[in-house]
Write a protein that binds this ligand. Structure first.
Ligand code: ZN
Ligand code: MN
Length: 483
């Protein structure tokens, strides 16, 4: 057994940009749930005589992402034609960028975590380049027939290529998850995995530890979930290790494989193609792009907080590492948390209300934060508790009903008569009755058992259905007993 091998992984990530229109035409860029071949035009269908026009919004998003990755945006770059035949590519070439990409040389630092969200390691993965290109259509194979849907043809993509800096499936997953957060944070992509907006190709090879040379790699194409990325890398690593054992060394040439999700194994597709095979040449129909340094600098300054900075921010408010990730990864939850924190100015309270109580009720009701109370609804509730209109305990009941019914806090409080009793005379009345009803507790208290008063307070809380203000009950009880 060759235990002295290490696995070397590099990724190419394709992310769909969240623009209204496609990369080179005015077609609707949102193909989700649209009838096949309805969001197309002569440009994205590659008809002769049509001219592509780059989408300025897409270019701007790609620049934002490049800067968020710490890449240097090239002052000058251009598009190239990458030729290959496939039925989902009606023009016979993809408009991409080859030797002059939009941006180069960045890096992403990311964290490895255990199952409970605790940080177990810090890593850095360098980014080789980021370039823009258009997506192809979609093929659906039905028995012996193949259906073509060109709605996705022309969708703007960013291709992000990493250095071979990853050393395990775990690192690949943690890195791509961080990359996804950055895409969303800078509004470059919705990065919705379910809709296939982020796809991975993973290149994997082995080498003896202590050696520097990269051996021939196996490239796993088109992985579209973190789960399949993880499983495919694990599978291919095992396969390559066995092959190394058998052949006594690395593979002779690079290969391209596909991942079979159902069978959970890779399948040989072809020998790896090289750049020569694509006959790249500069796209003659699109003028080169130029970015001046000032313009790029302004965009850099306009970037929002990146996930790493957000993480530090939330940790400083008292969230634990797992809670910070939950908030960052769920936009709806984050807006609720931020609103409640802004209102209460109390990290602990906001954590308790939103991340303990609200998440608990949402989970129990099988709802997401987006399906639960809005930020303003939760602020109304936090306010009702802060002003003493209802007790913290009653607040929990109100919140549970908000999750179940979608009604506002104040409506529920009014309809259920849950207002906290803070009125002194009402509480005095309750305290007097409690003393009469529980003589033995009073005897114990007189005998020096301070804790016996708990019985009295408990009786008042029960009698008032939890609506008496506990602070006032305590104060009034002591005053009554002293008089
Ligand atoms: Zn079009
Ligand atoms: Mn590509």
């Amino acid at each position: 057994m060759h235990s002295n091998l290490e696995v070397i992984i590099g990724l190419e990530i394709h992310a769909q940009m969240s623009t209204k229109t496609k990369m080179f035409c005015g077609c609707d860029n949102d193909a989700w749930n649209k009838a096949p071949n309805t969001t197309v035009c002569p440009v994205c269908m590659g008809h002769p005589g049509t001219l592509p026009v780059p989408n300025a919004k897409a270019v701007a998003k790609a620049v934002r992402m490049s800067l968020a990755l710490g890449c240097t945006v090239a002052p000058d770059c251009h598009f190239d034609r990458k030729h290959y035949f496939y039925p989902d590519l009606p023009s016979g070439f993809q408009i991409s960028q080859y030797d002059f990409p939009l941006a180069k040389a960045g890096s992403v630092s990311y964290e490895l975590r255990d199952n409970s969200g605790g940080v177990t390691g810090q890593r850095v993965c360098r980014i080789t380049r980021l370039h823009m290109e258009n997506d192809a259509g979609k093929l659906t194979h039905r028995g012996t027939k193949t259906l073509c849907d060109y709605n996705r043809a022309g969708t703007p993509l960013m291709e992000i290529v990493t250095e071979p800096d990853l050393r395990s499936a775990e690192e690949a997953v943690a890195f791509t998850q961080e990359l996804r957060r950055i895409l969303v944070a800078v509004d470059a992509s919705e990065a919705d995995m379910f809709k296939g907006m982020m796809r991975f190709d993973a290149s994997i090879s082995l080498r003896e530890k202590g050696t520097e040379k990269l051996n021939a790699r196996s490239e796993i194409k088109n992985l579209n979930s973190f789960k399949s990325l993880e499983k495919a890398i694990q599978y291919e690593e095992k396969r390559l290790r066995a092959l190394w054992e058998k052949d006594g060394g690395p593979m002779k040439g690079a290969i391209t494989v596909g991942w079979m999700d159902d069978e959970e194994k890779t399948r040989m597709l072809r020998d790896k193609e090289t750049a020569d095979d694509y006959r790249y040449f500069p796209e003659p129909d699109i003028p080169p792009l130029h970015f001046d340094a000032k313009e790029v600098d302004l965009i850099k300054k306009s970037l929002p907080q990146l996930p790493k900075e957000l993480r530090d921010h939330y940790l400083s408010l008292g969230l634990d590492s797992k809670q910070a990730m939950q908030v960052i990864d769920d936009a709806a939850l984050r807006s609720v948390f931020d609103a409640v924190y802004t209102k209460t100015k109390d990290g602990k309270r906001a954590v308790s209300l939103v991340l303990t109580q609200l998440l608990g009720f949402l989970n129990a009701a099988n709802k997401t934060a987006g399906q639960g109370p809005s930020a303003s609804a939760m602020v109304e509730l936090a306010d009702a508790i802060a002003t003493g209109a209802i007790s913290g305990n009653a607040g929990k009941d109100v919140m549970e009903k908000m999750v179940a019914t979608g009604k506002s806090a104040n409506d529920i409080i009014a309809a259920e008569g849950m207002q906290q009793i803070s009125d002194d005379s009402a509480i005095e009345e309750l305290v007097k009755r409690a003393i009469v009803t529980n003589p033995q507790a009073i005897e114990s208290w007189k005998a020096g058992k301070e804790a016996a008063l708990g019985t009295i307070v408990g009786w008042v809380m029960k009698e008032s259905k939890g609506q008496a203000n506990p602070g006032k009950v305590n104060a009034i009880l002591r005053k009554t007993l002293q008089s």
